[in-house]
Design a protein around this ligand. Sequence first.
Ligand code: ZN
Length: 288
Amino acid sequence: MAAPIKVMILDGESAAAYHNWPVTTAIMKRELEDAGIFDVTVVSAPRSDSSEIASFDPEFQKYQVVVWNYDAPDWPQPLKDKFEAYMKNGGGLVVVHAADNAFPNWPAWNEMNGLGGWRGRDAPAGPRWFYDNGKLTSDAAPGPAGMHGKRLPFRMTTRAPDHPIMRGLPENWMHMGDELYSRLRGPGHNMAVLATAWSDPANKGSGHDEPMLMALTFGKGRIFHTTLGHDAWALSGVGFMTTFQRGTEWAATGRVTQKVPKNFPAADVVSYRADLAAMDPAIAANGK
Ligand code: ZN
């Protein structure tokens, strides 16, 4: 058996108190460990507004991929330089959900993400990107970046069926109730949109097919960006889990060896793991 892929999950901060990162990190760690090919270490950063951040020195180079369950407004320049060099030299990055809200003024971060939202992003961040008539298109008109409605289940549509992350997945599948991000803005360089979802105007949506899963490159580095994953319910979805496991392997190695699970969701029905959702104490207490 090949040596396990060394993964760092980075967490420790979120702009919004309702992003319960200790719980969501634990679920993501379990999902990666269940895949059987990863060796996962959690690194929790000190608050970015504390004096401790100046001496925070995560050893990125010891890992093949860094999963970013982390949303801070800014970092000291040496820390940004260090991560940028790690990525340029062939590192791996997985951006999960609100991680694409982080660092609005760090150009390399925005290049790695392709798209981002909130924290004052507007036209200078880049155009909005979405699918129109089956093609990726952009709109440079000014306006805020980032919006979502109520957390309802929604249908995902595969746009890159031959990408290693997506190979073997159905064209359409149902995702658990989650925040469907829309109106994200960014440079969109070196970015392949792997899957989209229709953003319904009746639920604060844009009326476009919005990018949900993306694969990007930055120097020699690879990035998998999933806008999914607000909370334990969203993370428990087998569609989230499968694309997260496969995206993490691809970001680390450029390949995907994992099989698609038999309980992968169909076009009209969600599929989720109750044991993962119950890792959130609030969900466990409700007994569902
Ligand atoms: Zn969220």
